[in-house]
Design a protein around this ligand. Structure first.
Ligand code: ADP
Ligand code: ZN
Ligand code: MG
Length: 478
């Protein structure tokens, strides 16, 4: 058998989180009663005119700059004509001839090291509605709420050579888009979805093989399996002396296989032509400069900064920057209490543990930086001990408890008063003559036992340093 290489290219659709739709004032909010987020423009009534939402262009430029693209200073919209029930105008306003961004690249980590994935182009377009198949009445209903929600289509070069690289890219892209604040990238709600193109070619060959395309995939796991399945299927065809047919295939999650849907349409089928209802978009230097100046810090830059500025390890820095919400919590808490290492440990330890225990996603976190900083201060000032702080943090996480109030209410403050500690130690010494004898005979372990007994008697509220000190003094006097 010959050796083959996989080749993939992705067209990623991202729904933008602008307040209103791309060509009208309707809300972009997800869901809602069917056909309530609509107006004559986005429901395609004859005689209406689209008006471009400037924020969509802002977001597109922001993404273009973050993905190292050239911004097309003079770009235009085109009509892509096709009939489908979820597309009331019977055409989609998109960009074909002059897309807003071109020639970018994204760096990904692969097994063999760093690699660049080329971005062929990014264009702006409008989303279509949703068909809802009703099995009870055996009919199909249409919800136009999503019509006209702004989309960016990010088209990669065919630069991927494995399913792992595809996923590394999608994760990286998702991180960047979320940090840029342009999309929530919720794959389960369809705000990020990918058309996955796959072909194979003999190893080392310059010529690309015939590709197939699986449209609208919205889970990383399914995409990974689909790339591998399609690779194997195509290699088997070639080995049998057959041809791969260029077509759109459907990935069936339940059957874990892809199936032919329709043979590939191409640009000519859509009869694209320049959109006559919209003016070309002209982008000035000052517009680009203004967006550059307001670019949020991206995960990679944050990671570097955390290592340099706060002396976090590479690993800790990369875990904390893996989600925007964790990074913000880290930065804001550190800004208040100036204890980066403590904040980092709390996030990497208790917070991540509680998140996984309760299946909480970063975007659903509800922990304030003020409270977190307060808790860290309580520990560092010796007001509560580390074990207690875990209990307090859990209460903050699960019941939104306020750290100081909670500590007071539950009587968790450590004892400032040495007399109670002394009294307790006297008692422990009296009750454990064997351990005292062992300690005096040179057994260090016995000391730990006596500390433990004292802490237990004081319900863990004593300051361990005082217990150590007083116990040592008393034993030495014996
Ligand atoms: P269309 O828009 O008609 O689907 P494009 O030529 O714009 O077609 O390509 C779409 C995507 O397919 C791009 O991401 C590109 O990288 C990818 N692609 C093109 N040729 C191949 C190929 N032979 N194998 C894998 N992917 C490919
Ligand atoms: Zn509308
Ligand atoms: Mg395509």
């Amino acid at each position: 058998m010959m050796n083959y290489e996989t080749v993939c290219g992705l067209e990623v659709h991202v729904e933008l989180s602008t307040k209103s739709k791309i060509f009208c004032g309707c809300t972009t909010e997800f869901g809602g009663e069917p056909n309530t987020h609509v107006c004559p423009v986005c429901s395609g009534m004859p005689g209406t005119l689209p008006m471009l939402n400037k924020s969509v262009v802002d977001y597109a430029i922001r993404v273009g700059l973050a993905l190292n693209c050239d911004i097309t200073r003079y770009n235009k919209f085109d009509r892509k004509n096709y009939f489908y029930p979820d597309l009331p105008k019977a055409y989609q306003i998109s960009q074909l001839y002059l897309p807003i961004c071109r020639d970018g690249k994204v760096e990904i980590e692969t097994e063999a090291g760093k690699k660049y994935i080329g971005i062929h182009e990014i264009h702006m377009e409008e989303d279509a509605g949703k068909l809802v198949h009703d099995p009870w009445d055996d009919c199909t209903l249409i919800d136009y709420n999503r019509c006209g929600v702004p989309l960016l289509e990010i088209v990669s070069e065919p630069d991927f050579s494995s399913a792992d690289e595809v996923i590394a890219y999608l994760e990286k892209l998702r991180d960047i888009l979320i940090y840029l604040g342009v999309s929530d990238c919720k794959m389960q709600e369809g705000s990020m979805r990918a058309d996955v193109n796959v072909s194979v070619k003999p190893f080392g060959s310059k010529e690309l093989g015939t590709r197939t395309e699986m449209k609208n995939m919205n889970s990383f796991k399914a995409i990974h399996r689909a790339v591998n399945f399609e690779t194997k299927r195509q290699i088997e065809l070639l080995e049998e002396g057959k041809r791969v047919i260029q077509e759109t295939r459907r990935w069936d999650e339940n059957k874990d296989a892809s199936f032919a849907m329709r043979s590939k349409e191409n640009a000519q089928d859509y009869r694209y032509f320049p959109e006559p209802d919209l003016l070309p978009v002209e982008i000035s230097d000052s517009w680009i400069r203004q967006i550059k100046e307001n670019m949020p810090e991206l995960p990679e830059a944050k990671r570097k900064r955390y290592v340099e500025e706060f002396s976090l390890s590479e690993y800790d820095a990369s875990v904390i920057t893996s989600a925007k919400e964790l990074a913000f919590l880290f930065e804001q808490t550190t800004a208040i209490c100036s204890k980066p290492k403590e904040v980092c440990n709390l996030i990497m330890g208790e917070l991540m543990r509680l998140m996984s225990e309760t299946s909480t996603l970063p975007e659903d976190l509800d922990i304030s930086a003020e409270d977190t900083a307060k808790l860290i201060e309580l520990v560092c000032d010796g007001k509560i001990n580390r074990n207690t702080s875990k209990e307090v943090f859990e209460a903050m996480f699960k019941q939104k408890a306020k750290p100081e109030e909670y500590v007071k209410q539950k009587g968790l403050l450590m004892l400032d008063d040495d007399s109670l500690v002394e009294e307790t130690i006297d008692k422990v010494i009296n009750e454990n003559p064997k351990s005292v004898e062992d300690y005096l005979g040179g057994k260090q372990k016995a000391f730990g036992f006596l500390v433990g007994q004292t802490m237990k008697a004081l319900k863990g509220k004593a300051n361990p340093q005082s217990v150590n000190r007083i116990l040592k003094e008393k034993l030495e006097k014996l």
